[in-house]
Design a protein around this ligand. Structure first.
Ligand code: AP5
Ligand code: MG
Ligand code: ZN
Length: 216
């Protein structure tokens, strides 16, 4: 199954992807996670990406597309993948279509996790995340049993640098300008499946899982 998770910052793409990985055993490819790891490792990619991420802007398409193409060529993607946070511009979507076609593959579905923008700022500014395994927490929802220590791996639970109110506001504007057009793009291709993401995480996941079962 070749799946794209589409949705605004804070819609719950990462949260849903974690559950999909457990049930469907597909690799989870989050461009945001790839960039954050590069930043933490201090690589040249990380140094470049950090400038954009800290401002809530998009990393240039050439950089991002190259990384995803390389990742999709890895053997663990042969049986399928969950793309989270990519594509988020029309050129990225075009490049993904071309890259998959050249491998004789295609997307099975683009799952839009739909959440009204009014809910997103609160979700993002209250998010916490494990630095090591990426597990997502929320001060208004589930938090680790021991303060700042991940329940899954013991890693440090921190607040993402781009989850400040100012950066979140810009990220939402960038989403509207650059990524929202992909909703129509994939609707026209007949690939769009919309899930109401403004509900309890379990209820959202029930719909996501039912949809994936209907594809397999
Ligand atoms: P990225 O890491 O992809 O961030 P994003 O798209 O802004 O999305 P988020 O990770 O913030 O939200 P999410 O939908 O995963 O929500 P989550 O599940 O965590 O990108 C970061 C940056 O990297 C970009 O700004 C850009 O600079 C760069 N970048 C990445 N990809 C790029 C690309 N393709 N091109 C160019 N640049 C790129 O949930 C959020 C919070 O809400 C959590 O606390 C969670 O617990 C809570 N929550 C989740 N579901 C629910 C629910 N149902 N009810 C209540 N709370 C919920
Ligand atoms: Mg995410
Ligand atoms: Zn962890």
């Amino acid at each position: 199954m070749n799946i794209v998770l589409l949705g605004a910052p804070g819609a719950g793409k990462g949260t849903q992807a974690a559950r999909m990985v457990e049930e469907f055993a597909l690799p989870h490819i989050s461009t945001g996670d790839i960039f954050r790891k590069a930043v933490a490792d201090g690589t040249p990619l990380g140094l470049e990406a950090k400038r954009y991420m800290d401002a809530g802007e998009l990393v240039p398409d050439e950089v991002t597309i190259g990384i995803v193409k390389e990742r999709l060529a890895q053997p663990d993607c042969e049986a399928g993948f969950i793309l989270d946070g990519f594509p988020r511009t029309v050129p990225q979507a075009d490049a993904l279509g071309t890259a998959l076609a050249s491998m004789g593959r295609a997307l099975d579905a683009v799952v839009l996790v739909d959440v009204p923008s009014s809910a997103l700022v609160a979700r993002l500014t209250s998010r916490r995340q494990c630095r090591v395994c990426g597990r997502i927490y929320n001060t208004m929802g589930e938090m680790p049993a021991k303060a700042d220590v991940c329940d899954s791996c013991g890693g440090e639970v921190y607040q993402r640098a781009d989850d400040s109110v100012e950066t979140v506001t810009n990220r939402l504007a960038v989403y509207e300008a650059n990524t929202q057009p992909l909703i129509e793009y994939y609707r026209e291709l007949g690939l769009l499946r919309t899930v109401d993401g403004d509900r309890d995480v379990d209820d959202v996941y029930a719909d996501v899982a039912a949809l994936l079962h209907s594809l397999s």
